[in-house]
Design a protein around this ligand. Structure first.
Ligand SMILES: Nc1nc2c(ncn2[C@@H]2O[C@H](COP(=O)(O)OP(=O)(O)OP(=O)(O)O)[C@@H](O)[C@H]2O)c(=O)[nH]1
Ligand SMILES: [Mg+2]
Length: 349
């Protein structure tokens, strides 16, 4: 190879690198309220962040915010709540968010995918998350809400959570809903603090797994266009996760992802799109990934649109993890407990 050829090749690879960088979607994860900030913090601390994503923690509670790990921290509504939290009042969370929208917009600027993560039921997350999603909507980013529902013992928070979910659904392309009560059951009736940790981990894994399958070279990559196709304007999504090791690990992981009561199987047959995400240690094989895809698609309606990706995570050595996200499903929570807002909207139609 002569000098000229080497030069040409160098220029070409620089060009490819530059185009790749420009084509890679920018991602922002905004954790809102106590739970949302804990989720962001979990990802940052336990997982070293998300490659290609900015982690933003937003809360009205200054004390909590001071211990949160994130790339950016935003104190919401300094005047409204004086750094003392929204005290369980979503209206206060809403007002606090409005006061601080410029800062949030600045921090999330240039993002193509925005995740808004929150625990519904309190004041800040419930009131501020949809206001933030609404303010960022004009950027044209794909807006994905990821929320947990209150525990059964927090029944008094159900109505707030319902109203918050309805508002957020109206502002997001898709809202992935996880029920804290079901989550705790699947996790084996752990004490509250540990059950919350499991919830944070699950939401964190969802955000990190999917984002990195788009932004970094993976075993099987997912395109931004694929994600858009199944998430854009799809309403509610449900999610299941299964993990296994040893013999027939992939079958067992798929089975528990589909069995986990996190998913309502009645809804599964109505799903518009399915995202299958497989993670394994260095020893995972392409055969296993294919097998997972086949098993899951077999249990779904043939017209469902399927997107799948796979990634190696060396820390999973010997284990495989399968995550299934069903988009365009109905929320049993909203259907079973229509809130005042739903009743008013229904009466109007
Ligand atoms: N996944 C998860 N859920 C949590 C966590 N902490 C609380 N929750 C749930 O999230 C709901 C809202 O709680 P917080 O996030 O503390 O409330 P907030 O949004 O900060 O609202 P205020 O404190 O009233 O301003 C609770 O009712 C719980 O169901 C957590 O660390 N992780
Ligand atoms: Mg709080």
């Amino acid at each position: 190879m002569d000098a000229q050829q080497r030069m040409d090749e160098m220029l070409e690879s620089e060009k490819i690198e530059a185009i790749m960088r420009a084509a890679r979607p920018q991602v922002a994860v905004i954790g809102v309220g106590g739970a949302g900030c804990n989720i962001v913090s979990w990802v940052k601390e336990k997982k070293g962040g998300v490659s290609g994503a900015k982690l933003i923690a937003a809360n009205t509670d200054a004390t909590h915010l001071s211990i949160v790990k994130a790339d950016r921290r935003v104190l919401l509504g300094e005047k409204t709540t004086k750094g003392m939290g929204a005290g369980g009042y979503p209206q206060r969370g809403e007002q606090a968010a409005r006061e601080s929208l410029e800062q949030v917009k600045k921090d999330a600027a240039g993002s193509n995918i925005i995740y808004v993560a929150t625990g519904l039921g309190g004041g800040t997350g419930t009131g501020a998350s949809w206001v933030i999603a609404n303010a960022l909507k004009p950027t044209g980013a794909l807006m994905i809400g990821v929320v947990t529902l209150p525990f059964a013992v927090e029944r008094f928070r159900y109505n707030n959570a319902k109203v918050g979910l309805e508002h957020l659904r109206a502002q997001c392309d898709t809202v992935v809903v996880l029920d804290n009560t079901k989550l705790a059951k699947v996790a084996g009736d752990l004490p509250l603090k540990e059950a919350l940790g499991v919830a944070n981990e699950l939401v964190g894994e969802f955000v990190k797994g999917i984002t990195e399958t788009i932004t970094t070279a993976s075993l099987i990559n997912i395109d931004f266009a694929d994600i858009r196709a199944i998430m854009e304007k799809r309403g509610i999504a449900a999610m299941g996760v299964g993990e296994a090791h040893g013999d027939d690990r992939i079958e067992r992981a798929v089975q528990s992802a589909l069995d986990a009561q996190l998913l309502d199987i009645k809804d599964a047959t109505k799903a518009f799109g399915v995202l299958i995400h497989v993670t394994g240690g260095e020893d995972i094989t392409l055969d296993e990934v294919t097998q997972a895809g086949e098993m899951i698609t077999r249990s779904l309606p043939p017209k469902a649109r399927v997107v799948w990706g796979a990634r190696v995570d060396p820390s999973l050595q010997g284990r495989v993890r399968v995550m299934v996200v069903l988009t365009g499903v109905e929320s049993t929570f909203l259907a079973e407990h229509p809130s005042a807002v739903t009743r008013i909207l229904r009466a109007r139609n």
